[in-house]
Design a protein around this ligand. Structure first.
Ligand SMILES: [Zn+2]
Ligand SMILES: [Zn+2]
Length: 359
């Protein structure tokens, strides 16, 4: 039986149930999922009553596994390839960003036709972020299937599909950290720690981690932060530690206060980057003259690290295999598929860095 974690309707808890999978069509491949990370965005889908997607919904978007079957016209992978399932897959030629050669701003990701159904009534499932990777087997566009070196274990590889790439990509590609520059990272959960890793890989001179939890600050130091400060007085402390402010400040918390602090701790000409999906209805209050214009501070937003997965995931995987990134430290717990609903709920008060379901 093929299992999937189905969120059937608003207000109902997600449940593991039997699903059926159509064969892949042209440019599509089926992937047998081996590991899928428990990411906050799936909780966001639940808490927003479906995030605007049609029900029933198949959860999961941080998957890695093995290509099982390929449809017609598929040229990039063959059965047996180990892959990460990317939820970003730039169209390449049909949106204006891709047409001018800027796929990191693609607004038209490639996607498969909907080929997954509830076994109970045959209804079509909507796969979260074109993935739906909390399932034994899924169908994705071949551009979403990014080949991985076999030496990278699936529970680490899957992190490249979302959380890790979001954080590291913010520092590497959204607002590329220049060698020797000063970086501040607000929030040292999994995504914030990945920003720290990306900033270190980019050659940042100083990396100041900001959080309220001492254990998280300690972990941030072990993963590359040069300084760690409590969030209470972070703006003043970051400015003191970085000779006047950060060149790049990243807010990896959902509260708008994180982005306000990020703006205010920037040096002249710095950039504050919003990382992660904020809850709906939050607003930003900054003083246009004092906080933005006079210090010439910009605000940027990353969507999943703005990656081009077919180029960037192999780069990150190789960096992990070389020891320049520490993906292993990000996997703090592995669970079974049936434990995912509880793990999603625990994201309200996360204890480790990342929980990964093994299928
Ligand atoms: Zn495009
Ligand atoms: Zn995610």
């Amino acid at each position: 039986m093929t299992r999937g974690l189905v969120y059937a309707e608003a207000g109902s808890p997600p449940v593991v149930e039997e699903i059926t999978v159509d064969p892949p069509g042209p440019f599509e491949v089926s992937v047998r999922i081996e590991a899928c990370g428990v990411c906050h965005t799936d909780l966001h889908v639940i808490e927003t009553g479906g995030w605007g997607m049609p029900f029933p919904i198949l959860l999961g978007h941080e998957g890695a596994g093995v290509v099982e079957e390929v449809g017609d016209e598929v040229s990039q992978v063959v059965p047996g390839d180990r892959v990460v399932v990317a939820w970003r897959a730039p169209c390449g030629d049909s949106c204006r960003a891709c047409r001018r050669g800027d796929p990191r701003r693609c607004s038209n990701n490639l996607r498969p036709r909907r080929r997954l159904h509830r076994a109970s009534d045959g209804s079509l499932l909507t796969a979260v972020l074109r993935s739906g990777a909390f399932a034994d087997t899924i169908v994705v566009h071949e551009a979403q299937a990014v080949r991985m070196p076999a030496a990278l274990p699936p529970e680490q590889a899957c992190l490249l599909a979302c959380g890790f790439s979001t954080g590291a990509g913010a520092a590497l590609w959204t607002t590329p950290v220049q060698p020797g520059s000063a970086v501040a990272v607000i929030g040292c959960g999994g995504v914030g720690l990945a920003v720290v890793q990306g900033a270190r890989l980019a050659g940042a001179g100083a990396i100041v981690a900001v959080d309220v939890v001492p254990e998280k600050l300690e972990l941030a130091r072990e993963l590359g932060a040069t300084h760690a400060v409590h969030a209470d007085n972070a703006v003043a402390e970051v400015k003191a530690l970085t000779d006047g402010g950060a060149d790049y400040a990243f807010s990896a918390i959902t509260s708008p206060a994180g982005l306000v602090d990020a703006v205010r701790m920037c040096a002249y000409g710095g950039t504050a980057t919003l990382v992660g999906v904020p809850p709906p209805g939050r607003t930003l209050e900054v003083d246009l003259e004092r906080d933005l214009f006079s210090p010439k501070v910009g605000i940027a937003v990353t969507h999943g690290g703005d990656t081009v997965p077919q180029e960037d995931f192999p780069f990150l995987a190789q960096a992990a295999l070389d020891g320049r990134l520490d993906l292993q430290r990000f996997v703090t717990r592995t669970i079974g598929l049936e434990d995912v609903p509880a793990a999603l709920d625990e994201l309200h008060h996360p204890t480790g860095v990342r929980t990964v379901a093994l299928l």
